[in-house]
Ligand binder design. Structure first.
Ligand SMILES: C[S@@+](CC[C@H](N)C(=O)[O-])C[C@H]1O[C@@H](n2cnc3c(N)ncnc32)[C@H](O)[C@@H]1O
Length: 191
């Protein structure tokens, strides 16, 4: 089940939360960094940063053709932005970056696909993987809400525990919480 391509409003509680989370976790004093966002849709989030950080590079990936075409058109005058129309499970994607971002995109992957995503991306991330996702807050995986993943245990079962730390902050949006699942801000940070 994929969400329909969404047109973004400039304002919105969750959007401002996402931007606050990113601003808190991304060191914008560095001269040149590369940010990739998976499930970037029409590039709205990356656009917020790319305007202010012309020496940084921004890459958005989404599998929806219409979303990527809109992003390419919208940001055609931004030389530091690039958009790729592919599934994030495509094995030809080059993941080298400083920061990798996802907001409500990993929920479309199943458990094994998230494991694969971590295996492919984490070795290539120099700084942080920053996620706003619906995750499991219960150990009883069989009772999970259908789109929630036990992100922490998937990470802990990966080979990357020695290289990264994980921090999870649950979001207090009531409508995001049900049956052992909750919205969460997850930072996976290279030590
Ligand atoms: C719920 S929307 C979130 C969009 C945006 N990140 C946001 O925060 O508003 C999920 C996005 O992920 C994309 N998506 C879902 N599965 C994907 C996959 N396997 N590869 C690439 N993009 C995917 C969808 O096309 C959609 O644009």
């Amino acid at each position: 089940m994929f969400w329909k391509f969404r047109k973004f409003e400039n304002e919105g509680q969750i959007d401002s939360f996402y931007l606050d989370f990113l601003q808190k976790n991304i060191d914008t004093n560095l001269p040149d960094q590369h940010i990739i966002e998976v499930g970037c849709s029409d590039g709205y989030t990356l656009g917020q940063f790319a305007n202010q950080l012309p020496t940084w590079k921004f890459t958005g990936i989404d599998l929806q053709t219409q979303a990527i075409e809109t992003a390419l058109e919208k940001y055609k005058n931004m030389p530091n932005m690039d958009f790729i129309c592919k599934s994030i499970l495509d094995d030809t994607i080059e993941w080298d970056c400083d920061y990798l971002l996802s907001r409500t995109t990993l929920i479309y992957l199943n458990y094994d696909e998230i494991k694969l995503f971590f295996q492919r991306t984490l070795p290539k991330i120099k700084s942080k993987l920053l996620l706003i996702e619906v995750i499991s807050v219960s150990d009883k995986t069989e009772n999970l809400h259908y789109f929630a993943h036990p992100i922490k245990s998937i990470f802990e079962q990966s080979d990357f525990m020695n290289e990264f730390t994980i921090d999870i902050e649950l979001l207090d949006y009531e409508h995001w919480i049900s049956d052992g699942a909750a919205g969460a801000a997850v930072s996976i940070v290279r030590k």
